[in-house]
Design a protein around this ligand. Structure first.
Ligand SMILES: Cc1ncc(C[n+]2csc(CCOP(=O)(O)OP(=O)(O)O)c2C)c(N)n1
Ligand SMILES: [Mg+2]
Length: 540
């Protein structure tokens, strides 16, 4: 049934947004988008505002990632939109269904030099799935629907619309178009069958499951496939926690042993990029399972590459009825490697060093974090350690910046996470360098009563750059920050609270106070600047 509505452009946009399941907007004020605010204000549609547009887009992305529904950022014309471009690009790399609505200088005097007059489309088109200027008020609901359908169609991603001033301020009466559902991409059954045969016949198979497994709601199907075929599972991105850590097929630490020993590597829902050695696993055959044909890698020739709805593909693998090799020795070997690595990690996480090493922070955090806590990484080495030492127990609880690797997600992701999960622990793990990009948005969190805990690994340097530069050149430049800076008092000044911790024994009580405080709270941990995350490639 269609609905006839009359209103200004903001009201027409809001009606379409609501019909598509959008439930809030993140924004920073600008006159070009006032009608969108007017519509939201009059219709009790929540507005969260920020101090830099990057945080609005990152907040929308966190909503999209965590809740698997569209997130919305509203940005004013010109600089509002350009400040949001790193966020849009991150959403593009992460396949996050984010809709950005931009203001735009009036079309009727385009070229005369209006304030903030700028054609955004050539800038945003390469990093969005749909980018369009809506020139007519009565076309707004259609355009919003088309943008959201594009964003939600696998392979998902951001979409952008801008509204010339007169389009969004004028009034029209229109029929609200029906919401177009997104049809699942049906995989080629022969390709799925080939993948099933390869995995079933493998002696030493491994699955690596990434973000699209969570985004595509295929977590249960992944587990069924892994259990049916008895394949060890590693994860990355939003795929982390897909199998609970105590599951017999859940692995995290034995990655090197797994990838060097495997004869078939099955990569599901994540690209064959630098995080997975570009899909080169020595002699192992690669099965790449993707949610859309566009995601097949051009630089690798997989033995099979089924493309389509991940639930359908993984369920079909689970239903494979033919013979299969016994993998129990392989699983037992990996479990031995996993347990040994875990024991090493446990030692590091308990180490009583002065100054504190990052590992100890994670050891203490693991004691206070609930299973459903949302952890967010924004930084260099400090976040690499988070990836290594934190073990998400549930899917949809770990937010990293993804392969675009953009610093500055911290406060925006925290806002989106808090809005998504009002009752959970939200914990941002932040480098002191990363803190510079978004810490001012603590003010937005305080003012809008959105408490989060921020743990800063304060080594006084851009660690992930300083150590590699020294290794490469024997010296470093542009890699130092003020040592022992009081980021906690910055947060206190903004209306939150915090404290500085210099001794390992003080970490636990400080973290407890942070989670009990009910306000944005920053635990500023002074860490060892000589500690460098061990990595094979030093370029980040
Ligand atoms: C927007 C952006 N600028 C620069 C970089 C390059 N970069 C990656 S990690 C890093 C250092 C981060 O330092 P910090 O947050 O203090 O964490 P640490 O490595 O010291 O633990 C830099 C500058 C980036 N990834 N993103
Ligand atoms: Mg640092």
């Amino acid at each position: 049934m269609t609905e006839r509505i009359e209103g200004h452009g903001g009201e027409l946009a809001l009606a379409a947004l609501r019909a598509h399941g959008v439930r809030e907007m993140f924004t920073l004020s600008g006159g070009h988008v006032f009608p969108l605010y007017d519509a939201a204000h009059k219709n009790d549609f929540p507005i969260y505002d920020v101090r830099h547009e990057q945080s609005a887009v990152f907040a929308a992305e966190a909503v999209a990632k965590l809740q698997r529904r569209p997130g919305l950022a509203v940005l004013t014309a010109g600089p509002g939109v350009t400040n949001g471009i790193s966020g849009m690009t991150s959403a593009f790399f992460n396949a996050s269904p984010v809709l950005v609505l931009g203001g735009r200088a009036p079309a009727f005097r385009w070229g005369s030099g209006s304030l903030q007059e700028m054609d955004h489309l050539p800038l945003v088109a390469p990093v969005t799935k749909h980018a369009e200027t809506v020139f007519s008020t009565d076309d707004i609901p259609r355009a919003v629907g088309a943008a959201l359908t594009a964003a939600l169609t696998p392979h998902r991603g951001p979409a952008f619309l801008d509204f010339p001033l007169e389009t969004v301020f004028s009034v029209a009466e229109v029929e609200l178009p029906a919401v177009a559902g997104v049809d699942p991409v049906v995989p080629d059954p022969d390709e799925v069958g080939r993948a099933a045969l390869l995995i079933a016949a493998a002696q030493r198979p491994v699955i690596i499951a990434g973000s699209d497994v969570y985004a595509g709601d295929a977590v249960a199907a992944l587990r069924e496939a892994a259990e049916a075929l008895q394949v060890p599972v590693f994860t990355n991105g939003m795929g982390r926690g897909s199998l609970p850590p105590e599951h017999p097929l859940s692995f995290a630490k034995a990655r090197r042993a797994a990838l060097s020993g495997a004869d078939v590597v099955v990569v599901v829902g994540t690209p064959l990029d630098f995080r997975l050695s570009f899909g080169d696993f020595g002699d192992a055959k690669v099965v790449h399972i993707v949610d859309a044909p566009s995601q097949r890698a051009a630089h690798v020739q997989p033995a099979a590459a089924p493309a389509g709805d991940l639930r359908l593909i993984l369920s079909a693998l689970a239903d494979h009825s033919g013979d299969r090799a016994d993998h129990s020795d392989w699983i037992a070997d990996l479990r031995t490697a996993e347990d040994a690595a875990k024991a090493r990690d446990a030692k590091e996480m308990a180490a009583e060093t002065d100054p504190i090493r990052p590992a100890r922070i994670y050891g203490e955090l693991r004691r206070v974090l609930a299973r459903d806590a949302i952890t967010i990484g924004d930084g260099g080495d400090f976040v690499s350690y988070a990836g290594r030492y934190l073990e998400p127990a549930q899917p949809g609880t770990w937010l990293d910046p993804g392969p675009y690797g953009c610093l500055g997600t911290g406060m925006g992701y925290a806002m989106g996470a808090r809005v998504s999960h009002p009752d959970r622990q939200i914990c941002v793990l932040m480098g002191d360098g990363a803190a510079g990009f978004s810490l001012m948005d603590v003010e937005s969190l305080v003012r809008q009563k959105l408490p989060v805990v921020i743990v800063v690994g304060n080594n006084g340097i851009w660690g992930l750059e300083k150590h590699p530069m020294r290794a490469m050149y024997g010296y470093d430049v542009a890699a130092d920050l003020q040592p022992e800076l009081r980021y906690d008092t910055v947060v206190s000044a903004l209306g939150g609270a915090g404290e500085t911790v210099a001794k390992a024994a003080d970490l636990g009580p400080a973290l407890q106070r942070a989670f009990d405080s009910g306000v944005p709270y920053l635990v500023n941990v002074l860490t060892d600047p000589t500690d460098a995350y061990p990595r094979s490639s030093n370029l980040a």
